[in-house]
Ligand binder design. Structure first.
Ligand code: PLP
Length: 235
């Protein structure tokens, strides 16, 4: 199956999942998680109408930017972001999904201020409370939003939330996490409605995006089901 065929098949599944839960399919965007895939694969996905591409690693993204891999689609950053790499990301991407601490948020704010721009971000929630994952805990989110909104000057704009729930050990196992994320999203939506852009609830990957859509996701991040299995180099 080609990338275009895979995207078409995912679009059909997205539409079916949306309609099964009474949602408008047009309100759910498909972000291609293009890590480990080359510039040509990115271009193929854009030609096939992907809504945006998301990268995980700064070095790989920088290289692919220099190869014009993302021309024609918004670029997002979705991976763990270290503070010392913020300068390579701010201003180069439309949205950073993976803001997982106040320290990182402040670093992005500082950098965006220096560049004279406003960086759009999502707050990453460690919805499963896993030690192995980064992110704010669900009960911190409202306070973080209020803190940022209360600042006189801010160069970040919070557009919503993102989560990577625990690896599901059975079909549907992540539904409670997706529902919890949706509740959190609904809770903060009134605070953020002054933003002109539509807010984003980024959740759902190749193995569970239908459950995420049923729970209210507005953006799914799909890698394997578009680009095929990733081949990590042997170490
Ligand atoms: C790789 C990745 C995805 C996509 O994962 P698949 O299971 O291949 O669809 C989504 N989100 C993030 C943050 C990722 O790193």
């Amino acid at each position: 199956m080609s990338i275009a065929e895979n995207i078409a098949a995912i679009r059909t599944r997205m539409r079916n999942a949306a309609m099964a839960s009474g949602r408008d399919p047009a309100e759910i965007l498909l972000c291609g998680a293009s890590k480990m895939n080359d510039a040509q694969a990115c271009r193929d996905a854009i030609a096939a109408g992907i809504d945006c591409l998301g990268e995980n690693r700064v070095q790989e993204m920088t290289r692919k930017l220099s190869e014009n891999a993302y021309e024609g689609a918004p670029l997002h950053f979705i991976g763990v972001l270290q503070k010392n790499k913020v300068r390579q990301v701010v201003g180069n991407v439309d949205l950073i999904h993976s803001v997982d601490s106040m320290g990182l948020l402040d670093e992005i704010d500082k950098r965006a201020g220096m560049m004279g721009l406003t960086q759009k971000i999502l707050l990453e929630v460690n919805v499963g409370g896993e030690d192995s994952k980064s992110g704010f805990s669900p009960d911190e989110i409202r306070g973080v939003v209020e803190t940022v909104l209360a600042r006189k000057e801010s160069h970040v704009q919070i557009q919503g939330l993102m989560a990577i729930p625990p690896a599901a050990d059975a079909p549907g196992a992540n539904r409670p996490y997706f529902l919890q994320m949706h509740n959190l999203f609904v809770d903060i939506t009134p605070l953020l409605l002054h933003n002109n852009d539509k807010l984003t609830l980024s959740m759902g990957m190749s193995g569970d995006f239908e459950d995420a859509i049923a729970a209210g996701s507005t953006m799914i991040r799909v890698g394997t089901a578009i680009f095929g299995a990733r081949h990590y180099p042997a170490v």
